[in-house]
Structure formats: C-alpha cells, structure tokens
Design a protein around this ligand. Structure first.
Ligand SMILES: N[C@@H](CCC(=O)N[C@@H](CS)C(=O)NCC(=O)O)C(=O)O
Length: 214
C-alpha cells in the first residue's frame, strides 16, 4: 500500500495517525503543498482533486480521508477498536457530521485566519470568516454538550470519530481564530487529549517542515 501525504497537513495526519493506531505500515510518499506537486499528471491520475491524502492499494485508488480511514480500519486491520462493529453507526454519524458541519466551517475559518496569512497565500477574507462563524457556532455548542461527561466521541476509547472531529488540533488554540477555545471546556478537553495521543503526536512535523516534501 502507498499513502500519499503532505507533511503536517491535518487531513493527511488524520489518516497517518489511524495508520499508526492500527499498526499498519504503508509506504509513505510525501507531496509538496507549495510547488504544484499535487497538480502533476501522475498524481492527478491518483487523485483528480490534487489533494492529499490518497491511498493506493493494488488497483484501488482511494481519496477522501474519512473513506480511507474506514477502508483501513474495516478491511486492513483485524480486531481493532477504532471502528468497532457495534459502534459503527455512531462513529459514522460523527464522521459525516464533522465533514458536513463542524470541520466544514472550522476549515474555512482556519484557512482564512491562519493558513493564508501565515503561509503567504493571500489576505484573510473577513466576510468569509463572519459567514462561517455563524454556521460554526451552533455546531461547536452541539459538540460541547455531547462531550459533557465523556472523554471520547463514542464509547470509552479512541475511535475514527475522535480523529475525524479533532484533526484541526494544531490550529485550534491560535489567537488568530475569532473564538476562544476555553469558552468550550469539554471541546478543549478532547483537543488536549488528542494532542497527547501517541499516534497523533507521532505524525506532527516542526513548523518549518509543514507542507514541504523531503
Ligand atoms: N476532503 C478531503 C480534503 C483534503 C484536503 O483538503 N487536503 C489538503 C491538505 S489538508 C490539501 O491537499 N490541499 C491542497 C490544495 O488544496 O491545494 C479529505 O478529507 O481528504
């Protein structure tokens, strides 16, 4: 198996951490975020969206981080708990909620307020941030309430749902964001636990290597 990643990129780390959690050992191929590497023809044949992560397993070319995590946990690892069969409906519910609601808007906010200015990719569009915040706020309240009295999104151990929700962990405490995480102590607790999750920690890269292949 080959796993294509951009070093430090949150969606790629989400899959890399699950790979480690499952004890899998695919060949890791680094793509560069800044040089148009993902727009080259050979990579577009793997992922026409020019994004990472992507997985190649024999004839299968799979993109979308959540789909890759489901594939790895259900097809490539035995006896794992991250995609426990009894809890699958609940785990998948939070994966879809993450993609379509929570991280859908948080991603826009992080992109405008942090990634663009910090990596010289253009000016922050504050209209986008205001619009995204209106949608994001009710969802972070849902998450705060859900995590009341819980350490994990589902059940009593790490599942794909936690990786799906908390993969913006490196950005979430930034002062550039238009909200304060400490206003949501239960959500903060999940990110704090994720930052100490050994599989997640093992996928971190130093700031100067973020996005750079090699
Ligand atoms: N929905 C996709 C998102 C993938 C994505 O946006 N990846 C980023 C890195 S975190 C990327 O490759 N961006 C390159 C670009 O947009 O040019 C997934 O979950 O796999």
């Amino acid at each position: 198996m080959k796993l294509y990643i951009v070093p430090g990129a949150p969606n790629a780390r989400k899959v890399q951490a699950v790979v480690k959690h499952l004890g899998l050992n695919p060949e890791i191929i680094q793509k560069d975020f800044f040089t148009g590497d993902m727009k080259k023809e050979d990579y577009l044949a793997i992922n026409p969206n020019a994004k990472t992560p992507a997985l190649v397993d024999g004839a299968l070319k799979l993109w979308e981080s959540e789909a890759i995590n489901i594939y790895l946990a259900s097809e490539k690892a035995r006896n794992n708990t991250v995609f426990d069969s009894d809890q699958r409906p609940d785990i998948m519910r939070w994966q879809f909620w993450s993609v379509s609601h929570y991280n859908r808007w948080l991603g826009d906010i992080v992109w405008e307020r942090i990634v663009k200015p910090v990596y010289n990719l253009g000016e922050c569009n504050d209209d986008v941030v205001t619009y995204a915040m209106e949608f994001f706020k009710p969802f972070i309240h849902v998450l705060e309430n859900h995590l009341n009295g819980r350490e994990y999104m589902v059940g009593t151990q790490w599942t794909l749902a936690d990786y799906s929700i908390a993969f913006m962990e490196p950005f979430i405490r930034s002062e550039l964001l238009p909200f304060n995480l400490s206003d949501y102590p239960n959500v903060q607790g999940l990110y704090d636990r994720m930052s100490n999750n050994p599989y997640w920690e093992a996928t971190a890269v130093p700031p100067e290597k973020m996005g750079r292949a090699g």
